[in-house]
Design a protein around this ligand. Structure first.
Ligand code: ZN
Length: 116
């Protein structure tokens, strides 16, 4: 995932939102195939927008507070339902990584995975 907002975009009120109005991948003026608010909490909105032209999606967190509006956005290949699915899962920790390493270190396990 890439950061779609150039540094300093948050300095001017509305700059971040202006960038959201165009697809960051194909630069097409948004006529989104899908746009929805996935979550909102205490003045912060998690917004998902999918470009009709190139099917790339942007996930943006738009926050309003006494300083104005700030936003953080990134390009994602997730569908909107997947965003909420992964948001509810716990973070991957060191033990998870070691378990996968041990699983893959065993050639028999690898052969089983390859056979599906
Ligand atoms: Zn696009």
């Amino acid at each position: 995932m890439n950061d779609i907002f150039p540094s300093g975009a948050g300095q001017f009120p509305g700059e971040g939102l202006k960038i959201i109005s165009r697809c960051p991948v194909c630069h097409y003026q948004y006529n989104p195939v899908e746009a929805k608010v996935l979550d909102e909490n205490d003045g912060a909105h998690l917004i998902y927008v999918k470009c009709k032209r190139c099917q790339s999606a942007v996930l943006a967190l738009v926050m309003t507070n006494h300083l104005g509006i700030t936003s953080i956005g990134l390009i994602t290949d997730l569908d909107s339902y997947e965003v909420m699915k992964f948001a509810d899962l716990s973070a991957v920790n060191e033990d998870d990584v070691l378990s996968i390493y041990q699983l893959l270190a065993d050639d028999e396990n690898l052969a089983q995975l390859a056979l599906g």
